[in-house]
Design a protein around this ligand. Sequence first.
Ligand SMILES: Nc1nc2c(ncn2[C@@H]2O[C@H](COP(=O)(O)OP(=O)(O)O)[C@@H](O)[C@H]2O)c(=O)[nH]1
Ligand SMILES: [Mg+2]
Ligand SMILES: [Zn+2]
Length: 220
Amino acid sequence: MKIPVIRKILEKNEERATELRERFDKNNTLVLNLISSPGAGKTTLLVRTLSALKDQFKMGVIEGDIQTTADAERIAQTGVQTVQINTEGACHLDSNMIYAATQKMDLGGLDILFVENVGNLVCPAEFKVGEDFKIALLSIPEGDDKPEKYPLLFSEAKVLLLNKIDLLPYLDFDVEKVKRVVKTLNKDIEIFMVSAKTGQGFDEWLTWLKNRVLEKKQGK
Ligand SMILES: Nc1nc2c(ncn2[C@@H]2O[C@H](COP(=O)(O)OP(=O)(O)O)[C@@H](O)[C@H]2O)c(=O)[nH]1
Ligand SMILES: [Mg+2]
Ligand SMILES: [Zn+2]
């Protein structure tokens, strides 16, 4: 009887996620769900992305962590509005948590809402939170075998950011193998090689983002 119970949780989550998505669509807000293992660089990437775009777009961030407000404090330093969710043990965000966080935000005229999910390559990919797209991050020190071992995220993501490319000279990481495996799982995925530390590769990532915001404004 376990399977029906799990399905029910996911169904309930999807109902609320659909409601959220309708509300974001009405506002023409692009919503991105950032997923990776702990330490891949989600917060560092967000800080650099927000700093680059904050004069062009109105943005907001929902930070998901098991404990602490440390990441929301890093985001708040950019001047972008942010809400921290502490899941107190839960290993992913769900749509009810996002709903509660949005109650504390000014959503009017928001161009982009970033959701930094709890660091985990497994279940965050299963729970929709009202996003347009999932953005997967994989960092070079984690190893090039992760897409094969955790295929769901890489199958579902719209974009894969291969982060920490500044470390490529020091580690054995086969970029071509990762690209091949990920494209086999998901032929439409876009892959950008970036360093959130140095800013390398950010032009392509920021261009992708700006184009998605424009499409969202046109109601696509
Ligand atoms: N060398 C290098 N370190 C990075 C890069 N991006 C993030 N880091 C470091 O990786 C660690 C974890 O980053 P953080 O953004 O907190 O990861 P998160 O847990 O995914 O939010 C921090 O020490 C960052 O300074 C990068 O592109 N290159
Ligand atoms: Mg973080
Ligand atoms: Zn979980």
